[in-house]
Design a protein around this ligand. Structure first.
Ligand code: 9MR
Length: 401
């Protein structure tokens, strides 16, 4: 029953979106247009491709237009609007589900490693660096033709505390360890941008810097500097120096969560970015919850403040807790619309989803947070609505030909 309602809803959506009468097989404005052969489009693979339980309409031989979601890849459609579309994935997901590599290759232009570039994944208990797993993933990304985002140089979580805790009696040793980590990472990985500092502001404090006292997650680098701001300054200085030394020019981001719901934190992040020329990008994670009152208004206000810094603006870890595929699709479409409306093309750092499939989301499957679901990687309504929206913006014919 639920399936029937969804099928009907999707059909209505499709018909309204393209103002197409039932008798038009393909609206005349699209006749003669063909797909642009984006990566994997029309590959015939049914993994996550057109396997939705409400994929527009079924090919029953009648004249109802059928949207062909295999014609274009989402990342290609977004790229035509100046949005670099990315997704995070973990080694675990990649090893256990062949669909992950297929979907990333086909649908996205950039990838972020969920965990494998973090301090505790790279730095060993004796302080040495081990790049084996991250290198395997980076090699895969290179072969797949996707760009790599660097996550993350400075954070307060997932640290190699077995090593760092041996240094805490000497702030100079902590600083040296941080510097050599930043230089080692920048030298080793070829990325288009780095999260230089993540989550450096504490929650609900009107934008105070995080300290050991305001986190429960573990090691806070700033504790061992005269102030946390000094550590953030050091992070950007080291990243900038290392990029110059190794001839690299990634965008250098300051990134945080709850920027939409905590205006004090947002202001602090924007002010910091405006005052430090070494910060070349500002990012909002956007781990969102549909129940947040006036979420749309908050997203818009946040994007406007981020753009006003004059830096690159990135949505870094998009996901949305929700209980309705339709609500999720509506909110994701709104985010893309606002991003395109508010962020000038020259400032668009891209949009990255924090994962692919609900079942592997850090929020748990019941949060329904992402674009695919289930063991068969079924495309959700959100995927289809974003796809149709971008297709329409690009003036492309969405229909099966
Ligand atoms: O997705 C990551 C999850 O697998 C880890 O268990 C978790 C541990 O802290 O980190 C998750 O990623 C976080 C990201 O690195 C920084 N922003 C918040 C993300 C979700 O917790």
């Amino acid at each position: 029953m639920k399936k029937c309602i969804l099928t009907l809803a999707a059909t209505i959506l499709v018909l309204t979106a393209f103002s197409c009468g039932k008798d038009d097989v393909v609206p005349s404005k699209y006749q003669g247009l063909t797909g642009h052969g984006s990566s994997g489009s029309g590959s015939g693979s049914n993994t996550g491709n057109n396997t939705g339980d409400n994929s527009g309409s079924t090919d029953t031989g009648d004249t109802t237009p059928v949207i062909d979601y295999t014609k274009y890849a989402l990342g290609e459609l977004a790229a035509q609007q100046g949005i670099k579309l990315g997704a995070a994935f973990t080694y675990w997901e990649y090893r256990n589900n062949p669909q992950v590599a297929e979907i990333l290759t086909r649908e996205f232009k950039a990838v972020t490693f969920g965990n494998e570039m973090k301090h505790d994944a790279i730095v060993q208990a004796n302080g040495s660096m081990n790049f084996t797993t991250a290198d395997q993933m980076a090699q895969w990304a290179k072969n797949a033709g996707t760009e790599l985002f660097g996550h993350v140089l400075g954070w307060h979580s997932q640290q190699q505390t077995a090593y760092l805790n041996t240094l805490t009696s000497d702030p100079a040793a902590i600083d040296a360890a941080f510097k050599s980590y930043v230089f080692g990472m920048v030298e080793h990985f070829d990325v288009y941008a780095w999260d230089v500092v993540n989550e450096t502001f504490s929650d609900g404090t009107n934008g105070a810097f995080r300290t050991q006292q305001t986190t429960q997650n573990g090691f806070v680098w700033g504790t061992y500097y005269p102030s946390t701001k000094d550590w953030v300054d050091a992070a950007f200085a080291y990243a900038t120096e290392a990029c110059a030394k190794y001839g690299k020019s990634p965008v250098l981001y300051i990134n945080d969560y709850n920027l939409e719901t905590d205006p004090g934190k947002r202001q602090a992040l924007c002010n910091y970015a405006k005052n430090n020329p070494q910060v070349t990008g500002v990012a909002s994670q956007m781990h969102l919850d549909i129940r947040t009152p006036d979420l749309k208004g908050k997203i818009e206000a946040s994007l406007r403040d981020l753009v006003a810094t004059g830096k690159m603006v990135r949505i870094a870890e998009l996901d949305l807790k929700n209980n309705s595929d339709i609500d999720q699709a509506d909110m994701f479409k709104y985010i893309f619309q606002k991003y395109l409306e508010i962020v000038p093309e020259a400032q668009r750092g891209g949009i990255t989803f924090w994962g692919i499939n609900d079942k592997d989301s850090w929020l748990g499957e019941d949060s329904h947070a992402l674009l695919w679901k289930g063991g068969n990687y079924v495309q959700k309504e959100s995927y289809r609505v974003l796809w149709q929206y971008l297709c329409e913006l690009n003036g492309l014919n969405p229909y099966k030909e």
